[in-house]
Design a protein around this ligand. Structure first.
Ligand SMILES: [Zn+2]
Length: 349
C-alpha cells in the first residue's frame, strides 16, 4: 500500500510499504482522512524530534523509516481475535497516545509516552493497525473528516481544562495556528467572556474571529501588551501560550492578571531567556499541557457530536496523499494562512 514515510529531515516519501501484521489486540482501520499536525511539520523541518531513529521506541518497538500521521479516522476493516468492542464497518477515530500507564485508568502521558504516527507507523496510509484501546467509536452526527479533527481538538480541550477556566473569564491566546484556533473554540465553549487572539498573520486572525475570538491583535503592527491592557486594564484571567517563542512567553506572563493562570501549550523548539522575577512580581501560576487524557479525548468526541465544539473552521485545504509533500508539508512551512490541511485516503464520509 502507498504511505507517506519519514526517512529523515526534509525527506518524506510517498512510497509502497507493507502493513505490519495485525496483532490479536489490534484493529485494522481503513483510513479515510488524516490531518497534518504541527508536530509532523517539526519532524519534517527540524527532525528527528520524537521519531526514533537510532533505537526502537520502547512502546512501539519501531524505528524510522516509519509512516507518519496521528490525526486520523476511518472504518474498521478487520479485527484481531481478542478485540471485543469493534467489528468491520464501524466508523472510528484514533487516540494516537501510547503510554506506560503507570497511573490509574486515565493513562498519564507525563510518565512517558509514544505516538502512533510519530513513534510507530501511523495514518498517512491506506490502512493502519492500532491497539483496540486507542480506537473510539465515532457517533453518527460526526463525519470521518470530523473524526480526523478530534485529536488536535482534544489538545485544546485539555489545555482549557488545565487552565481551570471559569465561566465568564477573560482569555488571551498567543498564536493562531491550528492549536491556537482550536483553543479559541474550546475557551468559547467553556464560557470565556472575552477571547483575545494574537498573531502576526492577518489571515490567521481572520480565522480566529470566525472561530470565536472577540478581539484580534496583530502583534506585528502594535504593542501586544499595551493593546491587551487597553481592553483589559488589569490583565486577562487566563493566557494560553501557543506560539512557542520567547517574546510571546513573556507577553503572556505580562498580560495575565495577578494570581491568574498561564498555560504553555506550544512545544518550544529552542530555549528562551527569561527572568522568573516577572513571575514573582505577579504571583501567577504557569501550567503546561501535553496532549490529553483518554477522558478528555472521549469528552472531545461528545462535545463535537453535540455541537458544543465546532472545530471544522480550522480546515483550510484537502489534498491527496501523492501531494502531501508539496501541497501539505511545504505549503504549511511557507504559507502561514494555512491552518489544518486534511489528507484524503479513502475519502469516505
Ligand atoms: Zn497532532
Amino acid at each position: 500500500m502507498k504511505a507517506a514515510v519519514w526517512h529523515g529531515q526534509k525527506d518524506l516519501r510517498v512510497e509502497e510499504t507493507e502493513l505490519r501484521e495485525l496483532k490479536d489486540s489490534e484493529v485494522k482501520v481503513k483510513v479515510a482522512w488524516a490531518g497534518i499536525c504541527g508536530s509532523d511539520l517539526h519532524e519534517y523541518e527540524e527532525g528527528p524530534v520524537f521519531v526514533p531513529t537510532e533505537k526502537p521506541d520502547p512502546l512501539t518497538g519501531e524505528t524510522t523509516p516509519l509512516t507518519m500521521g496521528h490525526e486520523f479516522a476511518g472504518v474498521v476493516e478487520e479485527v484481531g481475535s481478542e478485540v471485543k468492542d469493534y467489528k468491520p464497518g464501524d466508523r472510528v477515530t484514533i487516540n494516537p497516545t501510547l503510554t506506560f500507564g503507570k497511573k490509574s485508568e486515565d493513562l498519564d502521558p507525563y510518565f512517558g509516552f509514544a505516538f502512533i504516527g510519530l513513534s510507530g507507523d501511523g495514518g498517512f496510509a491506506k490502512f493502519a493497525n492500532v491497539p483496540e484501546k486507542n480506537v473510539y467509536h465515532l457517533p453518527d452526527p460526526l463525519s470521518l473528516q470530523d473524526g480526523a479533527l478530534v485529536e488536535p481538538t482534544a489538545v485544546a480541550v485539555q489545555a482549557v481544562k488545565e487552565a481551570e477556566l471559569l465561566f465568564g473569564d477573560t482569555v488571551a491566546v498567543f498564536g493562531a495556528g491550528p492549536i491556537g484556533l482550536l483553543t479559541i473554540d474550546a475557551a468559547k465553549a467553556a464560557g470565556a467572556s472575552r477571547i483575545i487572539a494574537l498573531d502576526l498573520s492577518k489571515e490567521r486572525l481572520e480565522k480566529a474571529k470566525q472561530m470565536g475570538a472577540t478581539n484580534v491583535i496583530n502583534s506585528g503592527e502594535v504593542n501586544a501588551v499595551e493593546a491587551i491592557k487597553e481592553l483589559e486594564p488589569e490583565g486577562v484571567d487566563v493566557s494560553f501560550e501557543v506560539a512557542g517563542v520567547g517574546a510571546t512567553f513573556e507577553q503572556a506572563v505580562e498580560v495575565t492578571t495577578p494570581r491568574g493562570t498561564m498555560v504553555v501549550v506550544s512545544i518550544f523548539a529552542s530555549p528562551i531567556e527569561w527572568n522568573p522575577f516577572q513571575l514573582t512580581a505577579k504571583g501567577i501560576t504557569i501550567k503546561s499541557s501535553l496532549a490529553y487524557t483518554p477522558t478528555s479525548f472521549r469528552q472531545t468526541i461528545d462535545l463535537m457530536a453535540r455541537g458544543q465544539l465546532k472545530p471544522q473552521e480550522v480546515i483550510t485545504d484537502h489534498i491527496g496523499l501523492n501531494d502531501i509533500v508539496e501541497k501539505g508539508f511545504e505549503e504549511l512551512s511557507n504559507n502561514k494562512s494555512q491552518a489544518k490541511i486534511l489528507v484524503e485516503l479513502s475519502g469516505e464520509n
